[in-house]
Design a protein. Structure first.
Length: 255
């Protein structure tokens, strides 16, 4: 029996929920090479999300025909603060995951040598917004050096001025975990995704429902792939194979 997905649509700004079968609409995948930003305050579930992303990497990622392989050869994890969860990852994956304290001062390609590679920048916001090599990693290397780059931030809007905000908003995939008192900031960010106040209201309400459960999140996927599975499921949650079913939000407009 195939897993199922709920499609939440907004027509005339009224919520409608219906079931569809994964056999007719495949679950979308994250496209390598590419990039992702994960937003969430402390204890919101960012590390757990990353651990599941790594665990289900074969099911969740789609590799370009020009990539040097069809799965990640290694994970390179650059962090700002050591966490106990990293020791769990080391125990589970051994040298498949390589951890680095901070961001390198020189050419990152001297460290990230085995590709295709998953490169994670966790709690390194200052470095990402001020270091030229970090900017190159996000804007150039991810698409030209066989990397998939994943940034992890604690705030919706951080340091670095308009250029840093613009860089965040241009990421292929943006994942939002639970923010308790950031409704103004969320409205500002989500207003980029919809074209009316009514749709924004539904978007925000849906986000709140999805993050209400422990570790809940909303994925906003802006990869240019226009296939039906991608175009109709850009906003989704419960993306992992062991979730049983997915939830998808589709904004149809004023019709």
């Amino acid at each position: 029996m195939s897993s199922r997905s709920f499609l939440v649509t907004a027509r005339a700004y009224k919520m409608e929920v219906r079931l569809y079968d994964d056999r007719t609409l495949e679950k979308p995948k994250f496209h390598h090479p590419g990039n992702m930003t994960i937003y969430g305050p402390s204890k919101s579930g960012k590390t757990r999300f990353l651990m599941r992303l790594i665990r289900f990497r074969r099911e969740l990622f789609q590799f370009s025909p020009h990539a040097g392989g069809h799965e990640f050869k290694k994970v390179y994890y650059f962090f700002g603060v050591w966490q106990e969860a990293f020791a769990e990852m080391q125990k589970e994956y051994g040298d498949y995951i390589v951890f680095y304290d901070g961001f390198p001062s020189g050419d990152i390609s001297q460290l990230v040598k085995e590709t295709p590679a998953l490169v994670i920048l966790d709690d390194l916001e200052n470095e990402v917004t001020s270091h030229d090599e970090a900017k190159n990693l996000l804007s150039k290397y991810s698409h030209h050096k066989d990397y998939y780059v994943c940034m992890v931030f604690q705030a919706l809007f951080g340091k670095g001025g308009s250029n840093a905000v613009r860089l965040r908003e241009q990421m292929d995939v943006q994942v939002f975990l639970k923010f308790m008192n950031e409704e103004t900031g969320l409205k500002k960010r989500f207003s980029n995704f919809v074209d009316s106040s009514g749709a924004l209201k539904i978007f925000l309400e849906t986000y709140k429902k999805w993050v209400a459960e422990k570790g809940g999140y909303l994925v906003a996927d802006f990869h240019p792939d226009q296939s039906p599975s991608q175009a109709l499921q850009r906003f989704r949650t419960r993306i992992f194979p062991d979730d049983g079913y997915s939830l998808v939000l589709r904004i149809r407009g004023d019709a």
